[in-house]
Design a protein around this ligand. Structure first.
Ligand SMILES: NC(=O)c1ccc[n+]([C@@H]2O[C@H](COP(=O)([O-])OP(=O)(O)OC[C@H]3O[C@@H](n4cnc5c(N)ncnc54)[C@H](OP(=O)(O)O)[C@@H]3O)[C@@H](O)[C@H]2O)c1
Length: 349
């Protein structure tokens, strides 16, 4: 096996491990690490939960006692630059120095202020060999949401909707189903991977969505709905207090509140969406999924406040209705999902 193949193989294992932390690590990044001695993995770990031990620490903790003597001569592979700052946990560069690990290889730079490439030089000053940028395109993809959070100080925003073959996402005054059972389950999986999910007032009224993850394992995200004039009825599913919910309004509410139902007062002016994002950021919510309707999605597009869009093109013909928003970017990837097509778009930072 060539040295490059070997690096790619072990970094690829780090990516797989990193992805096991999806949702739970946000707003921190997903990270995976493996420790390799003479081509044998002697330890591996990933960042499991926001605020808890980093991947490198879990990797070292997993090493069996008989392999401890090999740690310092092993290669530490990490999907992301090890941190060099003390946050919720100690700096991983200090751990690497303490253990005397002589070779560190990672894929992407950690965009966190204070880190951002600095660890390489700190480790090199300590005599550690550092190789960076292995499979960085894939690595950067895994750390993409963290880059947005760290650099733009707002959640990573995913727009999601389904449209008819003639470009409508719904009809006036009644609910229509565009998704198939497969895309519906996939949408619930996506909900389990985000911190918050948001809909507009008309969608809450017409579709009465529950915005939960009942078709897939994983916790339901925080639900957000716009309700400027408090016209949403308490009988709607979104009001059922089954999961934490924010009602964004400009009116004072006298309605019953609970731990799971919060009225958030924000002015409905040009700053509405940025202010909602700021509230989410302050509450450590790292990933927001916007599920419609058309007006709400269009507001995010007009403000250029989105990072990724996932659009289901269905074979349903509606002939008239509510126009679906237009995503003004080239398609990144397309998948065929039975009679639906999924298109993914990215909006560069
Ligand atoms: N195909 C899909 O994937 C999908 C997904 C969701 C919904 N839908 C369909 O979409 C339709 C609803 O879409 P829609 O465009 O009519 O409604 P919407 O975006 O769900 O809600 C629009 C209302 O929400 C408030 N709102 C939204 N964005 C706002 C902003 N930036 N600033 C201030 N207020 C804002 C306003 O309420 P006020 O008027 O009270 O101010 C506005 O009238 C329904 O037919 C639904 O079935 C389809």
């Amino acid at each position: 096996m060539s040295i490059n193949t070997q690096h790619n193989l072990f970094i690829s294992r780090c990516f797989d491990l990193a992805k096991l932390g999806i949702r739970n690590t946000s707003p921190n990044p997903m990270v995976g690490a493996v420790l390799v001695y003479k081509n044998r993995i002697i330890g591996e770990g990933f960042h499991r939960q926001y605020g808890s031990d980093h991947a490198e620490v879990n990797c070292i903790k997993s090493v069996k006692s008989e392999d401890h003597p090999f740690i310092k001569d092993a290669i530490l592979y990490v999907s992301l630059e090890p941190c060099c700052i003390i946050g919720n946990t100690p700096a991983c560069t200090d751990l690497i120095k303490k253990l005397g690990i002589k070779n560190v290889i990672y894929s992407s730079i950690d965009p966190t202020p204070g880190v951002n490439g600095k660890s390489k030089y700190l480790l090199q000053d300590n005599g550690t060999n550092v190789t960076t940028g292995v499979a960085y395109k894939k690595g950067d993809q895994i750390v993409r949401y963290r880059s947005v959070i760290a650099r733009l100080m707002r959640p990573y925003i995913i727009l999601k909707f389904a449209q008819s073959v003639d470009g409508f996402m719904g009809v006036n005054d009644k609910q229509v189903w565009l998704s198939n059972s497969y895309t519906k389950t996939l949408s619930h999986k996506w909900r389990s991977e985000v911190d918050a999910i948001m809909v507009g007032t008309n969608t809450a009224l017409l579709d009465n969505p529950r915005l939960d993850t009942r078709l897939h394992y994983g916790a339901s995200p925080l639900r957000l709905v716009l309700d400027r004039k408090l016209r949403l009825n308490q009988d709607l599913n979104i009001m059922d207090k089954s999961s934490p919910t924010w009602i964004i309004t400009e009116k004072e509410s006298s309605k019953s509140k609970s731990d799971n139902l919060k009225y958030v007062n924000i002015a409905f002016d040009k700053q509405l969406i940025p202010n909602v994002l700021e509230e989410l950021y302050k509450d450590n919510k790292g990933i927001l999924l916007v599920e419609g309707g058309s007006q709400l999605l269009q507001s995010f597009i007009d403000l250029n406040l989105w990072d990724e869009a996932r659009v289901f093109n269905t074979d349903v013909l509606l002939k008239n209705g509510i126009n679906a928003p237009k995503i003004n970017r080239l398609v990144h990837k397309t998948w065929k999902l039975r009679n639906n097509e999924l298109q993914q778009f990215f909006n560069p930072m």
